[in-house]
Design a binder for this molecule. Sequence first.
Ligand code: PLP
Length: 420
Amino acid sequence: MSQPVLEETRNLSLSADEVLKLRADFPVLRQQVYGKPLVYLDNAATTQKPQVVIDRITDYYSHENGTVRRGVYKLSEQSTLAFDESRRKVARLLNAPSAAEVIFTRGTTEAINLVASSYGRAFIGAGDEIIVSAIEHHANIVPWQQLCLEKGAILKVIPVNDDGELIQDAYEALLSERTRLVAIGHVSNALGTINPVKAMIEKAHAVGAVVLVDGAQSTPHMQVDVQELDCDFFAFSGHKLYGPTGIGVLYGKMKQLEAMPPYQCGGDMIHSVSFEKTVFAKPPAKFEAGTPAIAEVIALGSAIDYLQAIGLGRIGAYEHELLQYATERISEIPEVRLIGTANEKAGILSFTIKGAHPHDIGTILDREGIAVRAGHHCAQPVMERFHVPATARASFSFYNTREDVDALIRAIHVVIQLFS
Ligand code: PLP
């Protein structure tokens, strides 16, 4: 179960008034669904967008649109400045040593595929081992599995205990001089478990392996510091961080990025081209072939500004309190089984209800105005491990309130009545 909030974090949390003010920044939350106020609890899938992010996209296309890096005219110069500034904002968000280590991708999925294709094809061979965990999103399983098939490498899986925590002794036993790469999620999207990635990275480095951290579910809820973690790669998605869809980030240590071959080839990623030979540009351009998602990159910068003005520490502390409240309330219902009861958890509640299929739960909750995810959450091995076909998942943001949790609990009772 979730831990009590420490005194110092409680002081950092958001007040109920602040949350209501922040909630007003999100126009989508003002609507009703089937005559009930919308309660949006699918934040692990994607977060809603504050007005500043929406405005930034509109402003960009209304007044500033011009391609980046190529034009010598005003619009292009301005776009390039804003685009480059966003890269610096991401670097500051992650505490990356340099903005050149920030590569824009379409999302976490593409960032992981980039590393699997580029680093993987260049540096992983037959008999080498890649370690993932049993609670990864498919995006952090399938690219490695395919790489192993192609190269004759071996995929090893860190097992998970009944609370949804990775078994650290088993992880240590898997590590050896054959381990080339460890790919682990910072926070599980299916269970909410916060993995002890810093310690896991240290152990992987001790056997000479590089580490990729899937930060899709951590960046929206906590202050990430890639230098402190000492990860080699870190991936996240803009749309889960209150920014637009179609934009994400791969952070990579410069020494890794310099050694890696390009992922895609074309315009913008070259220094010079002739029919005899192409000289590639330096990172990050080397990994950003073609015209990038300019408006999305710039609006991601606005989302980062917005979050940093609130403070990711305060966001995490508030969401922790909300999770604790929701966990207590849902645990009082005997028909509900919580899947994922790790000691360290982010704001995710995965559950089943006796006698009701999770898809039915999702549909009934929707009629009550409550948006949750129902399914395997792109983590089928997790469902298999906990012997369930699927779960319903409520995932929280700083704009959710205790009233939202109360509405969820009332709607769960509606499901129980219908299925008992
Ligand atoms: N990794 C985790 C832990 C996720 O939760 C998700 C999305 O749900 C992804 C990767 C893939 O993110 P995207 O679809 O934005 O590329």
